[in-house]
Each structure stands twice: as structure tokens, then as C-alpha cells.
Design a protein around this ligand. Structure first.
Ligand code: GDP
Ligand code: IMO
Ligand code: MG
Length: 448
């Protein structure tokens, strides 16, 4: 049997760490890429040469010819969004024929879920979550309450009755929030039949498919969406998304048993950002935050909202290292820090005179917390596109060393620009075992 490795890539902060870029870079070492949770709330950007793609539901592997791509059972999939995304890819010359597989057990996200998401956010006023307004929460809620429809249910003989039940429940809440009436169940059923015609060929039992591939010795990459601190169980609740974005979700969200994974790579931005509401201890609300936002182009891929920016937060990153069992870190956007004289790193939280090194669950504690900062010297040199570790300015190397020490995991990739070509590989002994002996293919794919 070939030397296979199944590896999970996960965001270690509040999303938008650069997962799309890292998945795209590592693809040549794998035979397939699998999404396991979330929906079109995700926005994964991939750039190489002068090409630019933004992927929401489809795994970033689709841009690599011949790569198998799977949307797992843990996702909530809006068929209209998926079809639109496929259309955009086809227009850009990317063909997905025969290599895109959609779980027949994935839940269907319907337009009524988005309407409810938006009405709820409007009603919450100042306390709103700041969702992407795509309907993610209501779709997962329908799944948990056992009223949801799975992809396979779209061809059920009693589809219209099931839609009637689901729509009546949602309509009840929408009416109480003063929102517009929903379309009729018959109209929804007609729409569902069109979707089945269009997506039917991609639907299958993806758990069986994936386990079969692993039996054959193929290596798979599991592409997390969102980030650890947005996880419904482990994140900064209630300011979270509605799925398990941590590494554990890769098993329940695909049907691949935990025993079949080789490890996890965590993607960490060299500073911190978050979109939407919720506590953010190392946030910079003044000119430095604005500088990070404009230099890092920190605007949401999905909603275009400005991302909140702050210093690197070791409390968050350590917590993410523990929860995901991170074997190797990919550190992104180091270049964004190129111009600072000094760079503070948040190493702990001060709450009521006490210093915490671990993330507390209480929202009020996080809101009252002050960052404990350790400041290092900036490098004031352009790092974009450096491929040789020896050429990194010594202050930049010291910054990376501090992050490794604080987080407790090796930094094996350093990204200094949005393009595939702009990535430095280091600590190869930690990375190589996760790439099934195919590091050379990654280096060849990176070019430069
Ligand atoms: P994801 O959701 O984790 O895939 O991240 P996003 O794509 O939403 O956001 C990351 C953004 O940073 C994208 O616009 C990337 O093109 C960009 N990016 C990724 N890595 C780097 C890097 O090392 N430097 C710079 N300047 N931009 C990067
Ligand atoms: P990627 O995969 C950053 C945030 C929203 C909001 C909260 C709940 O690109 O990293 P939801 O619509 O999921 O109910 O919103 O989660 N959020 C993200 N933030 N990156 C994402 O995805 C996100 N997906 C959801 O801003 O705060
Ligand atoms: Mg994103």
C-alpha cells in the first residue's frame, strides 16, 4: 500500500487566516481535497501568477487539474450558491466534470434560512452576531431540530409536505419579527427539482467514497472553513458560527474515522483579525489597526466588511494548538508587518489584576480583559517573496521564534504575499511527514 497521509488544515484564529492559499500550495502532495463544515459563509482566496479566485463552497483543490474535490456531510449547502460558483469557475476555464462530489447527507440551505438570519440580526440590534447573513445558523438549527432536508431528500416523494412543515416553522418566527412572507411550498418544491437535475450527477455517499480512496492509499487534505475561535463548541460563544470548525469536525463532517488522520496543519495570521461582533482582546481601534487593515487588505471576501485588526494573540493561538493537535503551523501575512518599528505580541490577558494564559469561557471576562504585551523590534525591510530562510531579516526570524515559543508548535511555512510563489518552507522535518513524502511536488508547484 502507498504511503498515504490524510491531513487537516484548520484556521487557528477567527477565520480568514489564509487557509485557501495554504491548501492551494499543498495540493500537489494530495489526491483530493475535502470540505467538512460550514457553507458559503466561507471565502477562501487563491492567487497564483495573475490569476485570482474566491471560493465559498468548493474546495480550493478544484483549481488543480485532476484533483478530486468533495463537499462532506457536515456542510450546509445552498444549491443556488453552489451552481453560481460552478458557473464562475467554468467561465474562468476551470472544469469540474467528474471530480466534484457532494454528500447526499449534506444539509440543504434554502433561501428562507438566509431571510431568517437577516431578520434575526436586524432584531438583535446592537447585540447582533454580525453573521455573513447567508442563513448558516438557521440551516444548522433545522438539522439539529430534525426538520432539515438533506441533499438526498430533494428527490423524496413527500418533498412538498416536508417543505411545508419547515417553511411554516420559519414563517412563524419571521412573522413575529415583522418580516415579509416566504414563497409558497409548491414554488420551493419546483425549485428543488431543478436543483436535483443540475446537481444530481455529483451526489453520492461521500463517506464510502472517501474511505474507499483511503483504502487504496490515496492521501486527502481536509480544508477547514472559519477558524477555531468561531467553533460552536470551543469558540467565543455566542459570537461564533454554527458548526465545528476545529479539527474534530473533519471526522464527523465526512465519515472518515479519527484513526485515519495523520495530523493537522494550523494556519495562523502573523497578527489577528475578526469580522463581526464579539470579544477581541488584542484589538487595535486606532491608527495602527487602520494601518494593518489597509496594508493587509483586511476586507471580508464574502461580505466586503472591514475586518477588525489587532496584534498577534498567543492566548488564542495556544488554545487552537491544543484543540486541533497542531503538528505544523503555516504563518501567513508576515509581510504586512514589514513597516512597523516595534511589534507587540499579546502573551496573556489581565483580568481583575490577574494574568491569564488560557482562554476563559466567560464573555464578560474577555470583554474586561486587557492584553499583556511583549514588544519586539520590527525589521523595516521588504520580506515579500523571500524563499530562502537565511534571507529573512533577523528581527523577522526572532518574531517567528517568539510565536513558535508562545504557541508550542513549529512554524513550517512562512507566507509573505498572497501568491502561491510567495511562500517560504522551513523546519522540513516537521512538514515532510504530513505530505506523504511529496514535499518535492509542493516545491515544484510553488515555482519561483
Ligand atoms: P481564508 O478564508 O482563510 O482562506 O482567508 P481569506 O482568503 O479570506 O483571506 C486571506 C487574504 O490574505 C486573501 O486576500 C489572501 O489573498 C491574502 N493573503 C494570504 N496570504 C498572504 C500573505 O502572506 N501576505 C499577504 N499580503 N496577503 C496574503
Ligand atoms: P473563512 O472560511 C471569517 C463569522 C461571521 C460572524 C460569525 C457567524 O473565510 O475563514 P455565520 O454567517 O457563520 O453565522 O457568522 O462567523 N464568519 C467568518 N469570519 N471568516 C469566515 O470564513 C467566516 N465565516 C463566518 O463574520 O462573526
Ligand atoms: Mg475567508
Amino acid at each position: 500500500m502507498a504511503n498515504s497521509a490524510n491531513v487537516i488544515i484548520v484556521g487557528m484564529q477567527w477565520g480568514d487566516e489564509g487557509k485557501g492559499k495554504i491548501v492551494d500550495l499543498l495540493c500537489p502532495a494530495f489526491d483530493g481535497v475535502v470540505r467538512y463544515q460550514g457553507g458559503h459563509n466561507a471565502g477562501h482566496t487563491v492567487r497564483f501568477g495573475d490569476q485570482h479566485f474566491s471560493l465559498q463552497l468548493i474546495p480550493s483543490g478544484i483549481l488543480h487539474e485532476g484533483m478530486q474535490c468533495v463537499l462532506g456531510n457536515g456542510m450546509v449547502v445552498a444549491p443556488d450558491a453552489l451552481l453560481a460558483e460552478l458557473g464562475r469557475l467554468h467561465e474562468a476555464g476551470v472544469r469540474s466534470d467528474g471530480r466534484l462530489f457532494l454528500s447526499d447527507r449534506a444539509h440543504v440551505l434554502l433561501p428562507c434560512h438566509a431571510e431568517l438570519d437577516q431578520a434575526r440580526e436586524a432584531a438583535r440590534g446592537a447585540g447582533k452576531i454580525g453573521t455573513t447573513s447567508r442563513g448558516i445558523g438557521p440551516a444548522y438549527e433545522n438539522k439539529a431540530s430534525r426538520y432539515g432536508l438533506r441533499m438526498c431528500d430533494l428527490s423524496a416523494p413527500d418533498l412538498e409536505d416536508r417543505l411545508r412543515l419547515q417553511l411554516a416553522r420559519i414563517q412563524g418566527e419571521l412573522t413575529s419579527l415583522g418580516a415579509q412572507p416566504l414563497a409558497r411550498p409548491a414554488a420551493y418544491a419546483d425549485q428543488c427539482r431543478v436543483w436535483v437535475d443540475q446537481l444530481g450527477p455529483s451526489l453520492c455517499d461521500t463517506a464510502r467514497l472517501l474511505n474507499g480512496w483511503i483504502d487504496e492509499g490515496r492521501s486527502l487534505l481536509f480544508e477547514g472553513a472559519q477558524g477555531t475561535l468561531l467553533d460552536i463548541d470551543h469558540g467565543t460563544y455566542p459570537y461564533v458560527t454554527s458548526s465545528n470548525s476545529t479539527a474534530g469536525g473533519a471526522s464527523t463532517g465526512t465519515g472518515v474515522p479519527p484513526t485515519r488522520f495523520a495530523g493537522a496543519i494550523g494556519v495562523l495570521k502573523a497578527y489577528t483579525t475578526r469580522v463581526g461582533g464579539g470579544p477581541f482582546v488584542s484589538e487595535l481601534t486606532g491608527a495602527q489597526g487602520e494601518f494593518l487593515r489597509s496594508r493587509g487588505n483586511e476586507y471580508g471576501t464574502v461580505t466586503g466588511r472591514p475586518r477588525r485588526c489587532g496584534w498577534f494573540d498567543s492566548v488564542v493561538a495556544r488554545y487552537a494548538r491544543m484543540l486541533n493537535g497542531i503538528d505544523a503551523v503555516a504563518l501567513t501575512k508576515l509581510d504586512v508587518l514589514d513597516e512597523f518599528d516595534e511589534i507587540p505580541v499579546c502573551t496573556g490577558y489581565r483580568v481583575n489584576g490577574e494574568v491569564l494564559r488560557d482562554l476563559p469561557p466567560e464573555q464578560w471576562m474577555l470583554e474586561d480583559a486587557e492584553p499583556v504585551l511583549r514588544t519586539v523590534k520590527g525589521w523595516k525591510t521588504n520580506t515579500v517573496g523571500i524563499l530562502d530562510e537565511a534571507k529573512l531579516p533577523k528581527e523577522a526570524r526572532a518574531y517567528v521564534d517568539l510565536i513558535e515559543e508562545e504557541v508550542g508548535a513549529p512554524v513550517t511555512l512562512i507566507s509573505t504575499g498572497p501568491r502561491r510563489e510567495e511562500t517560504l518552507l522551513c523546519r522540513e522535518q516537521a512538514l515532510a511527514p504530513l505530505l506523504a513524502g511529496r514535499l518535492d511536488r509542493v516545491l515544484a508547484g510553488r515555482g519561483a
